[in-house]
Design a protein around this ligand. Structure first.
Ligand SMILES: Cc1ncc(COP(=O)(O)O)c(C=O)c1O
Length: 471
């Protein structure tokens, strides 16, 4: 490396070292081949689904031969690998527009606008719609892409509200020895209180300021679902002038909830009460990309002002085709049996984990799960030693990942299990067995060998208490 760059590298190296000392160093990793996937977000296993894969290949082959046989000059052939530019310049296509119409109709929305990712969709939407004088109220656990959108936004106020005030997490208790998991201690007020206070301002009461309320359909860390009907009631109660606009990020709930996977908003019949939805295709849908479902006017506005749409190359035909193929699969009812398999597996896994906790009489610092069965394929296994547990499971052939602070609040560290419709009960048994062995090993060794220095896990505190537990 040239000497002139050394100084900057030293600075960056020092920042990385500091991050490492806090146990927060991120690294890229590969899933070992043949390990059982309990980690990825492809809940319906669509990206590995042979029917979907074959449809996509047939679609691409048809497009290539149409392009070759269409007597077109080389320069005017259909772009297959790329798109040719920004949507506003050369990156638009009739195919993209008809896909948007298909998606909007499927989800009962007036219009849809594709983005290259749900991250871009959130940034684009929140970055340009709220104006000076407006307020954004957001779930304190909302995804980073909403935060980044808010950073770009000109909204005058951005106010977090306590997650548990509108999520099913607050209604769950935990299984494990000892008391149930205390409710998460939030320093933020609940949504209802936040909206009541905001509505005291003359601008908001009169309807001159708009209030955007941002939630996720399914939260990917706890696997809990937003109580969307209550969000709607709260907005109606405090913003009767109609200036409350609910935004639901359905990145994790599309495909998983609702008829044929239409998502949570459709499941609850709230299409007309939610102002905008952001869907992600990178999770249950098994592809990549995102879309905003909104009114036609909002769509036109985004085309004019959303920087993450305007200043980037639009989706390649290969991406559009894969989204199209997956939607056709859902429309043909293909997701139904997959969801049934998944639901059975969710019940089975939760039951097996609960039985394991009871059988092992395990200290809740070491292991506990929520008492109420999960409604989603995301099942957190709470432990003060997430890295140790995850490493053990990985060595045993099961890919699960540790989730530590600051991704989740300190004291609620966990190993996250993500289920897929292609996982089997035998695989779940194998995972539970591995978890059981890990617990027994800890009991046998009778020591706590996971320290913040060695493994980068935040010292157990709050929920788990400052004193490290002994088994
Ligand atoms: C809730 C939520 N919204 C948005 C995104 C961004 O999705 P994408 O991967 O399509 O950018 C994610 C991704 O992790 C997410 O979890």
């Amino acid at each position: 490396m040239p000497e002139v760059y050394r100084q900057l590298d030293d600075t960056l190296g020092a920042l990385l070292a500091r991050r490492k000392s806090h146990g927060r160093l991120r690294k890229l990793s590969n899933t070992p081949p043949n390990s059982v996937d309990f980690s990825s977000n492809g809940y319906l296993s669509l990206s590995t689904n042979p029917v979907v894969q074959k449809s996509l290949l047939a679609r691409l082959a048809a497009e290539v031969s149409a392009s070759e046989n269409g007597n077109r000059s080389r320069g005017s052939r259909r772009q297959i690998l790329g798109s040719g530019g920004s949507r506003l310049l050369d990156g638009n296509s009739l195919f993209a527009e008809s896909l948007e119409s298909k998606i909007a109709a499927f989800h009962g929305a007036e219009a849809a606008l594709l983005f290259t990712s749900a991250y871009d969709a959130n940034c684009g939407l929140l970055g340009c719609v709220p104006q000076v004088g407006d307020v954004i109220v957001y779930d304190e656990l909302i995804h980073a892409s909403v935060h980044d959108g808010m950073r770009m936004s000109r909204a005058t106020k951005k106010i977090p509200f306590a997650h548990d005030s509108m999520s099913e997490a607050s209604r769950r208790r935990c299984t494990g020895v000892g008391a149930s998991r205390p409710a998460r201690q939030s320093k933020n007020q609940g949504l209802d209180d936040v909206l009541r206070q905001i509505s005291e301002s003359e601008h908001v009461r009169s309807g001159r300021s708009n209030v955007f309320v941002c939630v996720e359909g399914l939260y990917s860390m706890d696997g809990d679902v937003v109580r969307l009907n209550e969000v709607v009631r709260s907005v109606d109660r405090h913003l009767p002038s109609g200036n409350g606009y609910i935004v639901v990020d359905e990145a994790h709930s599309v495909g998983v909830f609702g008829n044929d996977g239409r998502g949570l908003v459709c499941q609850l019949g709230l299409e007309d009460r939610v102002w905008a939805r952001v869907l992600g295709f990178g999770k249950a849908m098994g592809c990549a990309g995102g879309v905003v479902l909104c009114s036609s006017t909002t769509r036109s506005y985004l085309i004019n002002y959303a920087r993450s749409l305007i200043y980037t190359t639009s989706m390649a035909f290969t991406s559009l085709a894969s989204i199209d193929v997956v939607y056709s699969y859902l429309m043909d009812g293909g997701a139904g049996p997959l969801r049934q398999d998944l639901e059975k597996l969710i019940r089975y896994t939760h039951h097996q984990l609960s039985v394991l906790c009871v059988r092992l009489q395990v200290d809740r610092c070491t292991l506990h799960v929520q008492e109420a069965p999960s409604k989603s394929p995301i099942i957190p296994v709470f432990t003060a030693y997430p890295r140790s547990l995850a490493e053990h499971c990985q060595r045993s052939g099961f890919m699960v990942r540790p989730i530590v602070a600051p991704t989740v609040p300190a004291g609620s560290e966990r190993v996250r299990i993500c289920l897929h419709s292609t996982n089997t009960t035998g695989e779940v048994d194998g995972l539970c067995n591995a978890i059981g062995i890990w617990v027994q090993d800890r009991v046998a060794v009778g020591r706590d060998d996971e320290s913040a220095e060695d493994h980068g896990v935040a010292e157990p505190q709050n929920v788990f208490g400052r004193v490290k537990p002994r088994l």
